[in-house]
Structures are given as C-alpha cells and as structure tokens.
Design a binder for this molecule. Sequence first.
Ligand code: GTP
Ligand code: MG
Length: 292
Amino acid sequence: MKSGFVSIIGRPNSGKSTLLNHLVGEKVSIVTNKPQTTRRVVRGIVTRPEGQIVFLDTPGIHKPIHRMNERMMKAVREAMADIDLILLIVDASAEFGRGDEFTLDLLKAVTGNKFLLLNKIDLVEKKNLLPVIERYSKLGDFAEIVPISALSGENVDMLTGQILKYLPEGPMFYPADQISDQQERAIAAEMIREKLILLTEEEMPYSTAVVIDRFEEDAKLHRIFATIFVERDSQKGIIIGKAGQKLKEIGTEARKELESFLGRKVFLDLHVKVKKRWRDDEETLRSLGLGG
Ligand SMILES: Nc1nc2c(ncn2[C@@H]2O[C@H](COP(=O)(O)OP(=O)(O)OP(=O)(O)O)[C@@H](O)[C@H]2O)c(=O)[nH]1
Ligand SMILES: [Mg+2]
C-alpha cells in the first residue's frame, strides 16, 4: 500500500483548512473568513484501501511581526521539509500579489513534487482561470495543476486519487479510524477561538488566544474551563460586551459545536484575561504549543 505526508501550503485565507476538512470528511481544523486563523500545524488523516495520506494543514504564509508569527512561519518551513508532496493552494479569485511571489520563492528551495491547487473556482469564470494557470506554470514547477473548490468539494475527491499516485509504498502511520492528531482539549480551544474570531472584528482575531485550564469529564457531561487572553483592557471590554452579552454569545456558539463534536452535554466556563504583549511572551507561547 501507499502512504505519505502531504503539506497544504499557501497564503492566509486561501482555503487550506477548508480543504483539509473536505479531504478528511470532518471538521478537524477551524475555518474563518479572516486571515491567520490557523496558528499550528493540524494533521488530518485519510485512509483508503489503496493507502494512507497524512495531510498537514499549516498557518498561512505571511511576514511575521510578533514572535508568535515567527513561530507560525517556522511551522510552515518545517512542514515543507521532509515531505512527500506539497500542495500549494492559491485563491484563484484574488489578484496575484507580492505575497504570492514570496510564497513561490519559499517553494523554489523545496525539491520534490508539488501540486498547484487553484481554489475558489466557484467564484471565478472559467475563462479567467487560464491566465492564472499560465502565470503559475511559468513561475513554478508543478507536477499537477488542479482547479478546485474546497468549499463545494468540486474536484476534491479526484484529488485524493491523484495524490496517492505520487506517494511511495509505505506503512500505515495511524490507525485506520483516526482522522486527526489533535487531542479533544486542543480541539476545544480551537473551537472557542473560531467563534471568538467569527464574532469579533478588526484586530481582535489576531490578539486573542485561548488556553484550556481544566477539561474534565464525568458520567453526564464535559466540564471545560478556558481563559481567553487579550492584550489590552479595551479588548477585554469588547469581548465581554455590554452586560457580558458578547462573551455569552461566544460561549453559547462554542458550547453547541463542542456538544455535537463530543456527543454529550458540555458545561463551558470562559474567562477573559489581559496579558500585555502575550504574542511575544515565550511562556504564553509555550502554553499555546507555539514555543521555540
Ligand atoms: N467561495 C469559496 N470560499 C472558500 C473556498 N475555500 C475556502 N473558502 C473560504 O475562504 C475563507 C478562508 O478559509 P480557510 O480554510 O480558513 O483558509 P486558510 O487558508 O486555512 O486560512 P489561514 O488559516 O488563515 O491561513 C473562509 O471564509 C472559507 O469559507 C472555496 O472554494 N470557495
Ligand atoms: Mg487555516
């Protein structure tokens, strides 16, 4: 049988996590309409009679300002080394820019097979895809170029078959029924962060983090206690909202999704804490799995 590791690489918001979820068939990585959602590598595992593919969803490629963002980029570089196949995913509905050039430059240093995935074709007229394909064929060395819609799933199933062709013979790395490497605790933190990002605006998605303080289960329910870190008092106020309304909304949304994921009742307790410049604080980064 075939098996291997396949990294999904691309700019923020290009649809990497959406693609991972579609490939795996379940939500294992959070998705939002705002860039820099994914902060750590998330593995999604697909097992077929022909073989096993371990996909690595990675943070979007961007210029780091904070230590946290440097760690995110380090994770991307590590996911490009020692890998069987790289899937570069680009938003075909967006203008080509310097960020795309930067991404292609990073990829140039990597030997080994690469696919180009032109994503969001549901938003693009077919005739406008050709110039994008031509441009990328000139700039990069791609074994396959595949137009897809990670959202609708167009061409995504076919992609799995194509990927398997490029993988070596190898063993199973995970049990056949395992779909992700993430522990329930980590998934809970991510689901809370997803709702936080979706329900807040401007700088908030970037300057918040979620840490699970306690994760307990008994016969009836899961009890989850989590802290949301922000950088300033004003941000704390925004997240809590008038009479605690915003925090309540975030908590309710997260709890509903956690209950359906865990298959049982959840008691969720959220606290907001100000921690100045946490994005540059090693200890906090370590507690978030972003330590150096
Ligand atoms: N119309 C359309 N939207 C898509 C498609 N794929 C992803 N999106 C949307 O694009 C946005 C970003 O998707 P993500 O999967 O979070 O993107 P990402 O590349 O993981 O982003 P980061 O984690 O921030 O790097 C979300 O609003 C998705 O719903 C697609 O094929 N078509
Ligand atoms: Mg993502």
